[in-house]
Design a protein around this ligand. Structure first.
Ligand SMILES: *Cc1c(COP(=O)(O)O)cnc(C)c1O
Length: 428
């Protein structure tokens, strides 16, 4: 007998490539049948076969206050009743911009968009427009959405420009994109020394979350800030994932660094499509309609999405919100680490705020190469053992995990208990 998940997956593949609307959902990395989700509440979601899972992806970050939070749902319902979209400005957008600027002080002006991809793509265009330079720098393993010039992996050596990571991206589009090693200050210095005056911007995930969790060292980020200032290069922090996730003010607050531009997304939409880019007012003033850099969006600042985002931004400012989120996330990674050790499985874990990484390696990775050296087969076995036990981790070894404010002690303890069994199976 096949399950409803299997039925839906078979049907989905007839009309949708791979059966999914975003690749990682397809379970291709871990194998097996993706779970089709029917509902979610707090730290849980349920699949089409009515199996309940403790959810550690939280929609890849947005569900920071827990799924279907009553206040968020109410705000969305009320906004929807007043009309779904106007194509004209609303007070909600003013309030949201004011709130973002207040919470992220480097953001003096901001524009709302509908996806992280749009946010980074627009920030890049602005940086190029403002500097009159074409070259951009990104780091291996960082993901910034699927804009052409960012779908690039490292070339064969330092100062060789990158190779496309997707078919359909012309060499011509990426010939200006240089890919450097994450956390390699020396390589960064050398690059700036040789071509710094041609670099429009450097874009970075200050806490990387798309090659699994990898922290940038403070020394690396401060070197980056110094070099960008020295060479008139725009520093873009892509905090689509880390913003309002690792701390209220994002990774820039943790490191005390002011980027020139910041891309936001995920948490600021609270589960609906809101993203944003913003930063120095003198840069943002170069955006249309007052400046020469064009960018637009039919559903940008959508009133229903803004209602979800604003309510989420209010909830995360409750006293002690991030302290408690950090404590729960630490409890989870420490518990998993102890369970692996008991079973004699090579494993470690790390977390920043409400975001965590699980690694089947002896030490916490600091680069893409170290991440790639982890034991992917072990991860896949662990993933499926946990899934069978009702715990849903990211279905790929190279993704971060997310804890919400609804992951209480009982939920964390249940996860660790399941992990003890899973690690024991791996060892045995
Ligand atoms: C998710 C993500 C993006 C892309 O956002 P979408 O809303 O999926 O387009 C960009 N940058 C980072 C760091 C992300 O985590």
């Amino acid at each position: 007998m096949t399950s409803k998940n299997q039925d839906l997956f078979a049907r989905a593949q007839l009309t949708t490539p791979g059966g999914v609307n975003s690749p990682v959902r397809a379970f291709r990395s871990v194998g097996g049948t993706p779970r089709f989700i029917t509902r979610a509440e707090g730290p849980y979601f349920w699949d089409a076969d009515d199996c309940r899972y403790i959810d550690y992806i939280g929609s890849w970050g947005p569900a920071i206050v827990g799924h279907a939070h009553p206040e968020v749902v109410k705000a969305v319902q009320q906004a929807a009743a007043r009309g779904l979209s106007f194509g004209a400005p609303t007070e909600g957008e003013v309030l949201m911009a004011e709130e973002i600027c207040r919470l992220v002080p480097s953001v003096e002006q901001v524009r709302l968009v509908s996806s992280g991809t749009e946010a980074t793509m627009s920030a890049l265009r602005l940086a190029r427009g403002a500097t009159g330079r074409d070259k951009i720098v990104k780091f291996e393993g960082c993901y910034h959405g699927h804009a052409d010039s960012l779908l690039v992996k490292a070339g064969s050596g330092l100062l060789t420009f990158g190779n496309p990571t997707s078919a359909g991206v012309p060499e011509d589009f990426i010939k200006h994109t240089l890919v450097l090693d994450y956390n390699n200050s020396r390589q960064l210095e050398e690059t700036f020394k040789s071509i710094g005056h041609d670099i429009a911007c450097v874009i970075i995930e200050p806490v990387a979350g798309n090659m699994n969790l990898v922290r940038a060292s403070s020394e690396f980020l401060h070197t980056l800030r110094r070099l960008c200032t020295e060479y008139g290069t725009v520093l873009i922090f892509d905090e689509v994932m880390s913003g309002f996730r690792v701390a209220l003010g994002g990774a820039q607050a943790l490191h005390g660094i002011r980027p020139d531009l910041t891309a936001l997304g995920k948490v600021i939409g609270g589960g609906l499509p809101v993203a944003a880019f913003g930063g120095r007012a003198d840069l943002m003033q170069q955006m249309a309609p007052i400046g020469a850099v064009y960018q637009a969006g039919t559903l940008s600042g959508n009133p229903v999405a803004v209602a979800a985002g604003m309510t989420t931004l209010k909830l995360i400012q409750a006293p002690g919100f991030y302290d408690s989120l950090g404590v729960q996330t630490t409890k989870l990674v420490q518990g998993l680490t102890a369970a692996a050790k008991e079973a004699g499985v090579t494993f470690c874990a790390d977390s920043v705020g409400g975001m965590f990484g699980l690694y089947f390696s002896a030490t916490v990775p600091t680069t893409y190469a170290e991440i790639m050296a982890g034991d992917k087969d072990k991860f896949n076995l662990f993933f499926h053992a946990m899934l069978d036990a009702g715990v849903y981790f990211a279905p790929a070894a190279f993704e971060a995990g997310f804890v919400s404010a609804q992951h209480d002690d009982a939920v964390i303890d249940a996860t660790i208990a399941a992990a003890r069994t899973a690690f024991a199976q791996l060892a045995g």
